[in-house]
Design a protein around this ligand. Sequence first.
Ligand SMILES: Cc1cc2nc3c(=O)[nH]c(=O)nc-3n(C[C@H](O)[C@H](O)[C@H](O)COP(=O)(O)OP(=O)(O)OC[C@H]3O[C@@H](n4cnc5c(N)ncnc54)[C@H](O)[C@@H]3O)c2cc1C
Length: 436
Amino acid sequence: MSWDVIIVGGGITGAGTARDCAMRGLKTLLLERGQPAMGTTITSTHLIHGGLRYLLYDRLTTHTTCWDSGHIVRIAGSLLTRLPILWPVYKDHAHGIETVETLMEVYDRFSAMKGGLRHLRLTAEDTLRLVPGLRREGLLGAVSFDEWWVDPAALVGANLDSARRHGAEVRAGAPVDGLIMEGETAAGVRCAGQELRSKIVINAAGPWVDRVARMAGARIPLRLRKGTHLVYGARHVPVGLLLETADRRYVFVVPSPQGTLVGPTDLAGGNDPDRVETAPEEVSYLLSSVRRYLPDFPERFDATIVGARPILGQAGDEKLLSREYEVFDHLSRDGIAGLVTIGGGKMSDFRVMGEAAADAACARLGVSADCRTHLETLSGEPLDPQVPPPQPSRAVKKFLRRHPRLREWHALSYLAAAYVRHLALRAYYGLSAAAQ
Ligand SMILES: Cc1cc2nc3c(=O)[nH]c(=O)nc-3n(C[C@H](O)[C@H](O)[C@H](O)COP(=O)(O)OP(=O)(O)OC[C@H]3O[C@@H](n4cnc5c(N)ncnc54)[C@H](O)[C@@H]3O)c2cc1C
């Protein structure tokens, strides 16, 4: 038996790719060595989010992520829950409330693509009314925004169910331990002692993409970064919080039907994705970061989750790493036919990642079938085609990817203009931070 496409990896990227391939009529098999979603995907912050933070250095990734999150909101419907989040601003913070509100004014425009509500600026009193446990001393106020909470396992499961309904086969507990190489062509995979043949192998193994590419003699450079969350079985905050840490980073406190997550950390040390472990310092870092603002937040948590972010190899400072995704066609890149890798990205743009991987597979197969994953919900109901908002130019993105400092400058120049506009409007309407 043989397939048009074999996909290696049953995280959100592989699941979205399987759905896309199957909806285009490709005979599709997905192989996951463990259980679907149990790699990096389950260790995420559980948010379909637009990448507010990337506005500081990688504006076009925020744009793409919000753009695709808009599609995800439409197709995933009831799996998603709107999560209001407050960003409390204190006197000693790196960014003052005018800067934070400026950032949010810019984010509002992108976030609207995913059904985000416009931000609100709250006084210190209103902030404390909403989150009574917050430290009062030094609080200037807060700015609100919202993202979408999702159970990542349910999201992967719904994609795989949809893929199956469109004819795909999914095998869990199916480790790929080699590729069938016929000369310079990948003709399928070796999986648990079996040879499974296909015209195209799509490597969607998240932080393991380099391992799978090496099976064909190729490499995918990565800059993996590990991230830990504390998991609480109960809800400990009424709304989500984004908190500045003592070292000027940020952690989320995410309440959900499953309890509360606190995190993530963002550290080097994820080079072997099979060996990422939570260090005791990460636990104390997260606890002190949250208890700095919520002194009564419980110290006893129920578990930790840790994963390796599948960030693509790139030059530049670790704080400026782009979360962009990329499709690697190994024929044009390495002279290896039959192999495509989809790497990088976020859960929040998994649908367009699947589309890009399926486009590359179709191009090699000579199949002309358009992507339909945005035209049907994950449970199978048809959606009206909508005129989508424009996506950022791929050429500009590609250019900026090679020049991280320029990409940062590009992002900051927009923010600088927005800041001037923000201050001018506040002056015009006679508002000021002091007026609070
Ligand atoms: C701490 C943290 C927080 C994050 N928070 C968010 C967030 O809130 N929102 C967001 O959008 N993104 C978030 N991300 C990023 C997001 O989680 C990842 O980009 C995404 O889950 C990657 O999915 P994936 O399918 O590519 O990889 P994975 O989920 O890791 O899936 C890859 C799969 O491939 C399988 N595999 C590997 N090798 C083989 C093989 N040889 N044979 C068969 N199967 C194999 C693995 O078992 C695994 O299941 C976060 C990441 C981290 C680490």
